[in-house]
Design a protein around this ligand. Structure first.
Ligand SMILES: Nc1ncnc2c1ncn2[C@@H]1O[C@H](COP(=O)(O)OP(=O)(O)OP(=O)(O)O)[C@@H](O)[C@H]1O
Ligand SMILES: [Mg+2]
Length: 327
């Protein structure tokens, strides 16, 4: 489905999440800028990929959208209504439709509860359904994700990693969401299980008219299933656009560097010149100007002076760089 910029499911404007940095006496000494001004849209039915190195703020972005972290600034507009302030009744109602699927599937499952109890719990909290109605929903969700009813009486440690992912998905389906943030949904799974989980995700998207924000380290998976992709670096989106443009002709040197680490079957790598060196600076102590400049082979004096803004090019492709690569 093409991005529907007139009527997005989700519109995020300058979203900021800062965490306090405290010394050993518990006194705040600064702020860790985990998410530092993210603006993007998700269209109905879209699968938007979010990629970037470990620690760049992908999970913080997803968790802030879903109200797990409180936004320090900016706006989250979901289906045309403001969902920014996690405590408000409106945000609570909207956020049932906006669900986060944990990076670690066991994190959303209580080890002392059976799978059946974990699945029914969101309905107990958020709905007034009777026990029989809840059980009917649990059975339907279980069937949706391809698990047998026998799993209901098992505990999380008694099922496999792939099955835990399926239970995690069933749990978020309980509240009939419109947009799901999938945080590393295939991490830690072997290739055949990964393929089955991805097929299941695409099936569920069709059947339940879902949009996804698909967070992943795995660029080859993102390339396979996302129409559009956002590349994050230290709490900001540095490049966003159609997957074929971002992967085929990246504009940001950081995207090119990420891609040069990707194994290539046939064809050429984007550029060996952009091999990523060193570690990113701490989000608690960001450099002035462009936050990628200390690792960037193209950095010039302008990059130390001013942080580049995300600037639209053609066809929905935007880049935040003073010296973007020519396509
Ligand atoms: N609850 C928290 N309190 C304080 N700092 C946090 C918290 N959650 C995340 N951070 C910090 O915010 C930054 C971004 O973390 P985040 O988990 O969003 O990264 P990520 O891109 O999801 O990484 P990964 O790919 O490893 O999952 C990191 O520096 C992390 O240490
Ligand atoms: Mg993460």
């Amino acid at each position: 489905m093409p991005p529907d910029s007139q009527n997005p499911t989700l519109a995020v404007e300058s979203l900021v999440t800062h965490f306090p940095i405290r010394n050993s006496f518990g006194i705040r000494t600064g702020w860790l800028r985990a998410l530092d001004g993210v603006t993007l849209d998700v269209a109905p039915g879209e699968v938007l990929g979010v990629v970037g190195e470990s620690g760049c703020g992908k999970s913080t972005f997803g968790k802030t959208l879903c109200g797990i972290h409180r936004a320090s600034g900016g706006r989250i507009v979901f289906q045309g209504e403001d969902a920014t302030h996690a405590g408000s009744a409106q945000a609570k109602r909207l956020r049932r439709k906006l669900q986060y699927c944990y990076q670690d599937p066991s994190a959303s499952l209580d080890p002392n509860w059976t799978i059946g109890r974990s699945l029914a719990e969101p309905l107990v909290i958020h709905t007034r359904l009777s026990a029989a109605e809840r059980m009917a929903r649990v059975h339907a969700a279980l069937e949706d994700v391809g698990l047998a009813r026998e799993h209901l009486s098992l505990y999380p440690h008694e099922i496999s990693g792939g099955q835990q992912r399926r239970v995690g998905l069933a749990r978020i389906l309980m509240l009939q969401p419109s947009l799901v943030v999938l945080d590393e949904p295939t991490a830690g799974l072997d290739l055949s299980v990964q393929a089955r989980v991805l097929r299941l995700l695409m099936d569920l998207r069709e059947r339940h008219a879902l949009s996804y924000i698909f967070i992943s380290h795995d660029l080859s998976v993102v390339r396979l299933i996302c129409r559009r992709v956002a590349v994050m670096y230290l709490g900001r989106v540095v490049e966003i656009g159609p997957a074929e443009a971002v992967f085929g002709a990246p504009s940001h040197p950081y995207t090119a560097a990420l891609l040069s680490a990707l194994p290539v079957v046939g064809g050429e790598r984007i550029s060996e010149r952009f091999r990523l060196e060193g570690e990113p600076p701490s989000p608690g102590r960001l450099p002035g100007g462009c936050r990628f400049r200390q690792r960037c082979p193209r950095a010039g004096p302008a990059c130390a002076q001013q942080e580049p803004e995300l600037t639209p090019g053609g066809e929905g492709h935007a880049v935040a760089c003073h010296f973007p690569l020519a396509s």
